[in-house]
Design a protein around this ligand. Structure first.
Ligand code: GAL
Length: 391
C-alpha cells in the first residue's frame, strides 16, 4: 500500500511538474520583430539575418527589441518520422544555424506553428506532433513560439493550447508561448496559466481604421493583463506605409499604453528617419516596459476624444489624450485634476500635482505649467502622451 502511495505521489508530481508554463518569462511585454506584416510568405535566411543585423545597427536591440520571429511559411513537410521539414531553398543552412546567428547578435529566436492540422498558409501544423515539435524547437534554440489557430476544425482551444504548453515545458527549454487564436474563445479568461500572451482580435492591417478598431476592442481587457500574461492586439504596422506619421505615432503610443507586446512588423533594413524615431522613442517604450505591468484604462470617453491612464511603478502614471476624429481639436486640460483622478484603482494613484512634474513624451520636454490648466492642440488621429514624474 505504502509503495503504491509513493508511486502515486511520484506520478502526480511528474504530471503537475509538466503542467505549467515557464513562469519567469515575459515579465514585461515581449519586444521584437515578426516577418508577417511586411513579408508574409517571402521569408528566407538572408532576410532574417539582415533583419537581425539591422535590429542591432539601428539601435533597436539596445532599445529592448529582442525576439526575431519567423512567421508562417518556413516549413514545407513532415518526413517519414513525423519531423518537421524546413524549406531548404529558403533556409539552406537550417534553423539551428539561423538561431545561432541570431543568438550571436545578442538577440532571441522565435518561430511560428499552428494548433491545427495545417498552418494558415497550408504548411504542416502541430496537431499530434506537439511533443516532437517542442523537442525540435528546444534543439534549435527557439526562445519564442507563436501558435496559430487555422485548420482546427472542432478542436477545443484551451485544451489544444494546454497540450502545446505542456509539450514546451516537458522539452525543458524556456520558450515564450504566444497564443494566436484571434480572441475567438476569450483567451484572456483562460490563458493566463497557458501562455505569456494571447491575441485578442483578428489580424491587423496597415490602415487607421483597422488599428483603431482593434484598439477599441481592448477597453474591457485591462484586468486580465500583468507580468507574464499580456493581451496582444497584434503586431505593429509602424513604417509599413499605410498610415501617416501622426497615425503611426498614435498606433505606437496606444500599444505602449496598453502594455501590448511590441513586435515591429516593418522592413527594419530600410526605415525612414520618422519610422525610426517612433520605434525608438525610449520614453514611450518605458511606459510599455514598466515593471508594474498595468494595461491602460479609459478615464474619459467622449467617443472621438478619450483620455487614458496607465499606472506606473514608483506611484507615477502616464496619461494619453487621443483624438480619434478627422478634425483638429483644441482641449482644455487640467493637469491638477488629471493628477488626482484615478479612474478606479487600476488607473494609478490619486496624486498631488505639486509633487510631480509633467513631461510630454513626444516633445521630450517637461511642461512649464505656470497654470495647471492649458489648451492643448491635437491634430486629427493624434495623441499627446504625458508622464507624471515624481519630483
Ligand atoms: C494568421 C495570424 C497572422 C499570421 C498568419 C500567417 O492567422 O493571425 O498573424 O501569423 O496567420 O499565416
Amino acid at each position: 500500500m505504502k509503495k503504491y502511495l509513493c508511486l502515486l505521489t511520484v506520478v502526480l508530481f511528474c504530471l503537475s511538474s509538466n503542467s505549467q508554463k515557464f513562469d519567469q518569462l515575459a515579465r514585461t511585454p515581449p519586444m521584437g520583430w515578426n516577418s508577417w506584416n511586411k513579408f508574409h510568405c517571402d521569408v528566407s535566411e538572408n532576410l532574417i539575418m539582415g533583419i537581425a543585423d539591422a535590429i542591432v545597427s539601428s539601435g533597436m536591440r539596445d532599445a529592448g527589441y529582442e525576439y526575431v520571429v519567423i512567421d508562417d511559411c518556413w516549413q514545407v513537410a513532415r518526413d517519414e518520422n513525423g519531423e518537421i521539414v524546413v524549406d531548404l531553398e529558403r533556409f539552406p543552412h537550417g534553423m539551428k544555424f539561423l538561431s545561432d546567428y541570431i543568438h550571436s547578435k545578442g538577440l532571441k529566436f522565435g518561430i511560428y506553428s499552428c494548433a491545427g492540422t495545417m498552418t494558415c498558409q497550408k504548411r504542416p501544423g502541430g496537431l499530434g506532433h506537439e511533443y516532437q515539435d517542442a523537442r525540435t524547437y528546444a534543439r534549435w534554440g527557439v526562445d519564442y513560439l507563436k501558435y496559430d489557430w487555422c485548420n482546427t476544425s472542432t478542436q477545443d482551444a484551451p485544451s489544444s493550447y494546454t497540450t502545446m504548453r505542456d509539450a514546451l515545458y516537458t522539452a525543458g527549454r524556456p520558450i515564450v508561448f504566444s497564443l494566436c487564436e484571434w480572441g475567438s474563445h476569450k483567451p484572456w479568461e483562460w490563458a493566463g496559466n497557458v501562455g505569456h500572451l494571447w491575441r485578442t482580435t483578428g489580424d491587423i492591417s496597415d490602415s487607421w481604421n483597422s488599428m483603431i478598431n482593434i484598439f477599441n476592442q481592448q477597453k474591457d481587457l485591462a484586468r486580465y493583463a500583468g507580468p507574464g500574461k499580456w493581451n496582444d492586439p497584434d503586431m505593429l504596422e509602424v513604417g509599413n506605409g499605410g498610415m501617416t506619421t501622426e497615425e503611426y505615432k498614435t498606433h505606437f503610443s496606444l500599444w505602449c499604453m496598453l502594455a501590448s507586446p511590441l513586435m515591429a512588423g516593418n522592413d527594419i533594413q530600410n526605415m525612414t528617419p520618422e519610422t525610426k524615431s517612433i520605434l525608438l522613442n525610449k520614453e514611450i517604450i518605458a511606459l510599455n516596459q514598466d515593471t508594474l505591468g498595468r494595461q491602460a484604462v479609459c478615464y474619459r470617453d467622449n467617443i472621438d476624444y478619450q483620455i487614458w491612464f496607465k499606472a506606473l511603478s514608483n506611484n507615477e502614471k502616464a496619461v494619453c489624450l487621443l483624438n480619434k476624429s478627422d478634425e483638429k481639436k483644441s482641449v482644455l486640460v487640467d493637469f491638477a485634476l488629471l493628477a488626482k483622478s484615478n479612474a478606479g484603482r487600476r488607473g494609478g494613484p490619486a496624486m498631488n500635482l505639486e509633487n510631480y512634474k509633467v513631461r510630454d513624451l513626444w516633445e521630450n520636454k517637461d511642461l512649464p505649467l505656470k497654470e495647471t490648466s492649458i489648451y492643448v492642440d491635437l491634430p486629427p488621429h493624434a495623441v499627446k502622451v504625458y508622464r507624471f514624474i515624481k519630483k
